[in-house]
Design a protein around this ligand. Structure first.
Ligand SMILES: NC(=O)c1ccc[n+]([C@@H]2O[C@H](COP(=O)([O-])OP(=O)(O)OC[C@H]3O[C@@H](n4cnc5c(N)ncnc54)[C@H](OP(=O)(O)O)[C@@H]3O)[C@@H](O)[C@H]2O)c1
Length: 314
């Protein structure tokens, strides 16, 4: 059976894990990379690589040729304005769709979106993920697609939540949102399995899946602290006004020192939103997928993982 899958974002946190899951399931994985150094690292893991980027449609053709599935995982996750995200997260989706439409038959298509797409007015990033979904629905033509909207994802090589979990291990809880807020989490291995199931078993097309680790009703910050470390020394709650000042200050510093920031006013608006909770029932009914990794188990794996160096663990 011909089972080549094309993957964008193969050099990233989630894409790297998806590549490993498909490879271990016997698929031939062809990943898009932007630099030769990343290409070498992936080739060492048995992944075929194609060098290119989302802004260059010509470079996407050798990526998707003869594939039965495309997983579009690449995205800009740092930036301040809509312009910072538009080229990659909106035009990029359009470029890869057009390339897929030129194939006969066109491959099935997975878009790694985000739960943030539910609230496009909150931040430029949320807006761009929502627009990316709209572009897919509008331009996909004969392509059968599935959209996955994960909440916050954690696992080895994640750079966003790992610092918070490391602090928690040391007995310090850093609360970055309101006490009443509820949010979902998912371990990256569970997310990768859901995507694998959708492509492998011919999951239902034209569906959007919001999936999490199944913690009932979502986590409060207090739940995360309690489950991560029952012996917390102290908890530092950063008030919303301070978060807003920090986000705006980082935007200013980024302009002065020429870097692309992750922590911005938009990110703070996302953190202050009271409801980022998923419901797995749709994915369970239609895909037969259920999450396997609780937060406790996920953290155990994270801190015993071979993929974390000793310095990353501390
Ligand atoms: N992490 C989370 O908690 C989370 C939650 C919800 C949704 N998501 C979504 O999941 C996906 C993966 O996120 P991640 O956390 O794995 O991010 P990541 O580690 O930053 O990976 C992003 C990937 O996209 C690639 N990329 C960015 N711009 C590109 C371009 N113009 N052309 C080609 N490749 C490009 C990057 O390549 P380089 O290595 O060359 O930079 C990298 O491989 C994204 O769509 C994100 O929106 C993530």
């Amino acid at each position: 059976m011909h089972t080549t899958v094309a993957l964008t974002g193969a050099s990233g946190f989630i894409g790297g894990v998806i590549a490993r899951h498909f490879s271990q399931a016997g698929w031939h994985v062809r990943g898009l990379v932007r630099s030769p150094r990343q290409a070498q690292e992936l080739q060492d893991l048995g992944i075929e690589t194609v060098q290119g980027n989302l802004e260059s449609p010509a470079s996407l053709l050798p990526l998707v040729r003869d594939c039965i599935g495309v997983i579009h995982c690449a995205a800009a996750i740092r930036g301040v304005s809509r312009e910072d995200f538009h080229k990659t997260n909106v035009i990029g989706v359009s470029n890869i769709i057009k390339t897929c439409l030129a194939q006969s038959p066109p491959p099935r298509f997975v878009l790694l979106s985000s739960l943030a797409a539910r609230e496009p007015s909150l931040s430029p990033y949320a807006w761009s993920k929502h627009e990316g979904e709209s572009v897919l629905a509008r331009e996909a033509g004969a392509i059968e697609w599935g959209i996955f909207r994960p909440p916050a994802v954690y696992g080895p090589k994640d750079r966003t939540l790992l610092p918070l979990f490391k602090l928690l291990r040391k007995g310090v809880g850093l609360q970055l949102g309101p006490s009443h807020a509820k949010f979902s989490l998912i371990h990256v291995d569970d997310l990768a399995q859901a995507v694998l199931l959708w492509l492998k078993n011919g999951g239902p097309p034209f569906h959007t899946f919001e999936i999490d680790d199944g913690f009932p009703g979502g986590y409060s910050w207090g739940d995360v602290f309690r489950l991560s470390n029952p012996h917390l020394h102290f908890c530092l709650r950063i008030p919303p006004v301070m978060l807003k000042i920090l986000g705006k200050s980082n935007e200013t510093f980024s302009r002065l020192f020429g870097y692309v920031p992750l922590f911005t006013g938009g990110k703070v608006a996302e953190l202050l939103h009271p409801n980022w909770v998923c419901d797995n029932s749709h994915a369970t009914q239609t895909l037969g997928w259920t999450p396997q990794i609780s937060l406790k188990e996920g953290l155990r794996r994270l801190f015993t993982s071979d993929t974390l160096t000793p310095s990353q663990r501390n």
